[in-house]
Design a protein around this ligand. Structure first.
Ligand code: NBP
Length: 480
């Protein structure tokens, strides 16, 4: 056996990852694909790479040094289970099976348990950055046993993206921790994209600037605290002209956003954990709303604001207010995402270093940004920070932005321009700040119709008012 690492599944992600591995000093890569043609293609197109092809699972296993270490890059779901089962038949105890696909973290928890009980090591690894990342340096989020990390760590460090001199990979935690963090990463990506889209829409409709002019604004923003890959590519998309019509490309693209489901997973999981990720949820729902042409077709005639369409007196000032609203909302969205990771770790018994997570997202992945350094600083200063946005740096930034943020939310509501992520982020912020919430009234209602009881601000215990009797208060069993 000559290979120190193997890849199963040679579609676009697997073949790019295999090429990345093969290009690094010290790696010899065993490759296998169910249908032979993909393996033949990879070998023919990349004679420079030191691949050791196998044409059966037996051959693939025989080509690997022990402990055998294999990364699976096949379709998530049943195909991944099928490959794991096949590898377990030809591997030996102590060998390491890594799932690099986009698996749901609960599947990873289930698989890790089954594979471990059979004597193997199982690593569920989030891989971010798409095809380009897989080839040139992804952000990697492996979860699994410490034992596997000893062998795997150096290999993964050799292929990961590098940000500020550090490889974008860290051992996230046990079993499903890596795929969980990758899921939340994708959810944050949804929120970030929606916020940028709202900013563009408000500027366009408020100032009448062209997409090309707005591209210049985003390019300018990319030189400041918003510097990020998503802001950078937004400028490029807005600047693109359609060859067929001569119009801005953004004006000929159908306004229905698709989704592959990881945003929905993030929100579903947050609901189960009781974590308000309103920015991610609104972003996911906004894509859903856009994708219902039949509903939108019958809704165009709904009455809008009776006041005249909004006029912006000072376009430069307005653009700056939108920038501040975007930055503040982005802080909220990331804070909520990290809150979900914190809650997930508590629920599933993972120890996750949130600062390390923010650092490995600085390169290779879609949400790579300057901003992640500020998050790392916040967790460096206080690793147990209960709410990320209460770190001093963010408090200052939110304080600086909040008047503009409130103004933009008012203006968008007044003008009838939807800004669900801007406004829900502000509502979350004000909800956190509130000294008293109307939740007291909700507890009263719950006690009225369901005897769900309430606690008092002035003494310990659990209480119930005899609503259908004489309305006196009695001490009650805690029925939560
Ligand atoms: P696909 O998701 O399109 O899967 C195709 C591969 O799965 C082929 O190699 C195919 O083999 C193999 N496969 C299937 Br389908 N069923 C199989 C089975 N029962 N046994 C063995 N192999 C089977 O490939 P991809 O687009 O390269 O994505 C790979 C993984 O990476 C997925 O989980 C995907 O969600 C994830 N992904 C991540 C990103 C990202 O940005 N992180 C981007 C894209 C994809 P065949 O050639 O014999 O049909």
């Amino acid at each position: 056996p000559t290979a120190n690492i193997g890849v199963v599944g040679l579609a676009v992600m697997g073949s790019n990852l295999a090429r990345n591995l093969a290009s690094r000093e010290g790696n010899t890569v065993a490759v296998y694909n169910r249908s032979r043609s993909k393996t033949d293609e990879l070998l023919a197109e990349h004679p420079e790479a030191e691949f050791v092809p196998g044409f059966s699972y037996e051959e693939f296993a025989a080509n690997l040094q022990k402990p055998r270490t294999a990364i699976i890059m096949v379709k998530a779901g049943r195909p991944t289970d099928a490959v794991i089962e096949s590898l377990m038949e030809v591997f030996e105890p102590g060998d390491i099976i890594i799932d690099g696909g986009n698996s749901l973290f609960t599947d990873t928890i289930r698989r890790e348990k089954a594979v471990r009980e059979a004597g193997f090591n199982f690593v569920g690894m989030g891989v971010s950055g798409g095809e380009e990342g897989a080839l040139n340096g992804p952000s990697l989020m492996p979860g699994g046993p410490d034992e596997a990390w000893v062998t795997l760590g150096p290999i993964l460090k050799s292929i990961a993206a590098v940000a500020e001199g550090e490889p974008c990979v860290t051992h996230i935690g046990h079993d499903g921790a890596g795929h969980f963090v990758k899921m939340v990463h994708n959810g944050i990506e949804y929120a970030d994209m929606q916020l940028i889209a709202e900013a563009y829409d408000l500027i366009r409709r408020g100032t009448g600037k062209s997409p090309a002019e707005i591209a210049d604004i985003f390019a300018e923003w990319n030189r400041g605290e918003l510097e990020s890959y998503l802001i950078e590519i937004t400028a490029e998309v807005l600047r693109q002209t359609d060859a067929a019509t001569g119009k801005p490309l953004v004006d000929v693209i159908l306004d229905q956003a698709g989704a592959k489901g990881t945003g929905a997973w993030t929100v579903q999981t947050a609901l189960d954990l009781g974590v308000p990720v309103s920015g991610i949820a609104e972003a996911t729902f906004a894509r859903s709303l856009s994708s219902h042409p039949e509903q939108r077709a019958v809704s165009g005639g709904l009455p809008g604001p009776t006041e005249d369409a909004f006029t912006v007196e000072d376009a430069d000032a307005f653009v700056e207010q939108v920038r501040l609203a975007l930055y503040a909302s982005k802080i909220v969205a990331y804070s909520q995402g990290f809150d979900e990771i914190r809650a997930g770790a508590a629920q599933y018994g993972w120890t996750i270093d949130l600062g390390a997570v923010s650092k490995i997202w600085r390169g290779g992945c879609i949400i790579r940004a300057q901003f992640l350094n500020r998050i790392a600083d916040a967790y460096d200063a206080d690793a147990t920070l209960p709410v990320l946005l209460t770190a001093p740096y963010f408090v200052e930034a939110l304080g600086r932005a909040q008047d503009a943020w409130r103004h933009i939310v008012q203006v968008s509501a007044g003008a009838g321009i939807p800004a669900p992520a801007f406004s829900s982020s502000l509502a979350y912020y004000d909800g956190l700040r509130a000294e008293r919430l109307p939740a007291a009234l909700i507890q009263g209602q719950r006690d009225f119709f369901g005897a769900h009881t309430y606690k008092r601000i002035d003494k310990p215990g659990t209480f119930h008012t005899l609503w259908s009797g004489d309305r006196t208060e009695i001490e009650a069993e805690d029925t939560h």
